[in-house]
Design a protein around this ligand. Structure first.
Ligand SMILES: Cc1cc2nc3c(=O)[nH]c(=O)nc-3n(C[C@H](O)[C@H](O)[C@H](O)COP(=O)(O)OP(=O)(O)OC[C@H]3O[C@@H](n4cnc5c(N)ncnc54)[C@H](O)[C@@H]3O)c2cc1C
Length: 386
């Protein structure tokens, strides 16, 4: 165990932070709280390529991956979310798609030339993804996909969507498969759903109305016998991808909280009441101390989960990180507003946006309640989920 960054990690973090503060923070001030467009997202992704946040260059160091997610969320959380989801869709296609689909779509998604989304949730399907209603009906060498997907990150601006659909309801989860819809070839309607925060990270509804795709656009079941993944186990892979996404969400929350904390810390050092800086009052110091400790605890849980997921199944640790970090984000941003008094509530001071952005994260990738049920199940050996 090592609780210090290596020299290389320190250098990476410092130079990344310098770049993000100078180049990306002003763009967040301009576009971070308004609807994202496809063109804007793609041009912003290109700015992130040299840092490995988007692009072919794989980052092998899990600590650097954590630093990237956290630092990106500190300056432009919506952009971090957009890029994270898009490259995840690219990597799914890279590892599990038919060779033709992979050749066309994986690189452009990973390189930020196309925008990707992953569509599981539906109007009637939230915490229980095994109850997918969206249907995929096979007709010869094609599938016809119909259903509505809801709350899909990037959905409205996505060129390519990995969609989870049921091929045979009588089989339950074993009938669930994932499909790649290239919207440029098979268009469908969508709409952006306005939300309290992360407003530049589209949360969308997709209307898949008899979208017809080639059979080769199904994930799994391709490649040689060594690499071939059993399509009947696709649902397990859906759940595993959600587990990995939980760590990303936890780190976004850490980054947002860190930004709010920095604003509050600066303010209490400058603002004077009763003839002295408010940071000299013990009750203000208590808020500062609680915020810093909360952020560090969430950071450590998130980094631990990221390290463990490289080594073994660690659902419990992942759920601890996700639940704690996202609830922490709301707590810390709330305290940051309190430290800043009325100014904290003003849109122009920016800290209120941290609160709105942080509030978005206790719901996706499994709500706090679902994370706690996963932790409870592993500790007691009894499932309370159903
Ligand atoms: C910002 C954001 C981004 C998202 N991005 C995506 C995306 O890219 N792709 C995608 O497919 N989906 C996405 N989602 C959807 C997300 O995964 C769902 O919102 C989430 O799984 C919860 O589902 P729900 O909102 O339908 O709530 P519900 O499942 O209806 O839950 C409502 C309430 O009931 C509680 N509850 C439910 N079941 C239980 C239980 N067994 N025990 C105790 N309490 C329970 C929940 O904790 C919650 O408090 C996103 C959501 C948000 C907010």
């Amino acid at each position: 165990m090592d609780f210090e960054y290596s020299e290389e990690q320190h250098i990476y973090r410092d130079s990344l932070r310098k770049f993000l503060d100078k180049e990306i923070m002003p763009l967040d001030n301009k576009w971070g709280d308004v609807e994202m467009t496809s063109e804007r997202a793609k041009s912003l992704f290109q700015m992130l390529i040299p840092w490995g946040y988007v692009g072919e260059e794989r980052v092998n160091d899990w600590v650097i991956s954590c630093i990237m997610s956290e630092e990106m969320a500190r300056v432009f959380p919506s952009l971090g979310g957009c890029a994270g989801i898009s490259t995840s869709a690219g990597r799914m296609i890279e590892t599990r798609a038919h060779a033709d689909v992979k050749a066309h779509l994986a690189r452009p998604l990973i390189n930020g030339e196309l925008i990707g989304a992953i569509a599981i949730s539906e109007p009637n399907v939230g915490s229980d993804p095994s109850s997918i209603e969206c249907r995929a009906i096979q007709k010869n060498d094609r599938y016809i996909i119909s259903g509505t997907k809801c709350w899909i990150s990037n959905g409205h601006i996505a060129d390519v969507v990995v969609v989870v659909a049921q091929t045979d309801p009588s089989k339950g989860p074993a009938g669930i498969r994932q499909f790649v819809i290239d919207r440029r070839e098979t268009p469908f309607e969508s709409r952006d759903i306005e939300t309290i925060g992360l407003r530049a990270f589209p949360t969308s509804e997709l209307f898949l109305d008899d979208v017809e795709i080639p059979e080769t656009h199904r994930l799994d079941g391709w490649g040689d016998s060594d690499r071939k993944q059993d399509p009947a186990k696709s649902f397990g892979r859906v759940l595993r991808s959600i587990a990995a996404a939980r760590i990303g969400t936890a780190l976004i929350s850490v980054g947002i909280a860190q930004r709010a904390f920095e604003m509050a810390l600066k303010y209490v050092g400058e603002r004077k009441q009763f003839g002295k800086e408010i940071g000299r009052f013990q009750l203000v110091q208590e808020m500062i101390a609680e915020m810093a400790t909360d952020i560090d605890a969430a950071r450590l849980l998130s980094y631990r989960a990221m390290q463990l997921i490289q080594l073994r199944d660690c659902q419990t640790e992942v759920s601890m990180a996700k639940a704690f970090a996202t609830e922490m984000g709301v707590r810390v941003c709330n305290k940051a507003i309190q430290c800043m008094g009325a100014l904290g509530l003003a849109t122009e001071a920016r800290v209120e946006r941290c609160m709105r952005d942080a509030r978005m994260l206790t719901i996706p990738d499994g709500t706090t309640q679902i994370q706690n049920l996963i932790i409870g199940r592993s500790l007691t050996g009894m499932s309370a989920i159903r």
